[in-house]
Ligand binder design. Structure first.
Ligand code: TYD
Length: 230
């Protein structure tokens, strides 16, 4: 199994097609706009992976968060108003800790890591939604996910729950009190969605798109039929 680690040089945008280093584990991220329904399926998907790969421990985690420090940062990020660049830097600071403490050791030990969000969320929310420059996000990504040999650590597979902003908005209004991001308007979520789709188009081998307007049963059938290249 190859973990897609992507060759980069200091001043060029990441080359997303070059696998240069192997880990024995497998890394999956779940993504989508708030209200897309990823949380409904993530636990069942983890159980399914554990059944399919009984010799590999499945580690379930989330971003922002996944470590004691990361969870503290999550509390701030989801509630406290802050400058956009501060927000992006804290997202990536939490991610650096998450990689160092949880993701990299687990992948090195041959485990399957399933993360509820990863870097695509920073591109979608801070970049697409809030308008932070993609060049700055590329720099942060390179800094935080770059490795000594000049490669960039990414998930092997990203499952993107895609649906129109207004459908997600209607679903969100039925749940608990909204956090800072969930309070944003339709226009914000449409921009988040478009950036997710742009990333998916740029890296079709990594992304699996789920039409999240389907019923939960139909979505689950699709997830069960997913081909995992591990
Ligand atoms: P979410 O994953 O939706 O958790 P819950 O289901 O408990 O609401 O919440 C995390 C929020 O953080 C979500 O609105 C997206 C946002 N976020 C970013 O803006 N940038 C990031 O890099 C990450 C990881 C998350």
């Amino acid at each position: 199994m190859n973990l897609p680690l992507i060759a980069i040089s200091a001043n060029s945008p990441p080359n997303r097609n070059n696998m240069t280093e192997n880990f024995p584990g497998y890394f999956i991220s779940f993504e989508g706009i708030d209200g897309a329904g990823k949380s409904t399926h993530i636990d069942a998907f983890c159980k399914l992976m554990q059944e399919c790969y009984p010799k590999h421990e499945v580690v379930v985690t989330r971003e922002p968060g996944g470590t004691p420090l990361g969870e503290q940062l999550r509390g701030l990020l989801l509630d406290a108003p802050m400058n956009l660049e501060t927000e992006a830097l804290l997202m990536f600071a939490a991610r650096r800790e998450h990689l160092a403490q949880v993701i990299e050791p687990a992948l090195a030990a041959g485990k399957i890591v399933i993360s509820d969000r990863f870097t695509d969320a920073s591109f979608a929310y801070q970049g697409g939604g809030r308008g932070l420059s993609i060049a700055k996000l590329n720099d942060l990504e390179r800094w935080v996910q770059g490795r000594e040999n000049g490669t960039l650590l990414q998930p092997n597979l990203t499952i993107l729950f895609d649906l129109p902003g207004e459908v997600a908005e209607a679903r969100r209004s039925k749940v608990r009190a909204p956090d800072k991001f969930e309070k944003m308007d339709l226009n914000f979520f449409e921009k988040v969605r478009q950036e997710y789709l742009r990333r998916a188009k740029e890296d079709p081998q990594r992304f699996h798109l789920v039409d999240a307007t389907q019923t939960p049963e139909a979505i689950w059938d699709g997830l069960q039929a997913l081909k995992i290249n591990f």
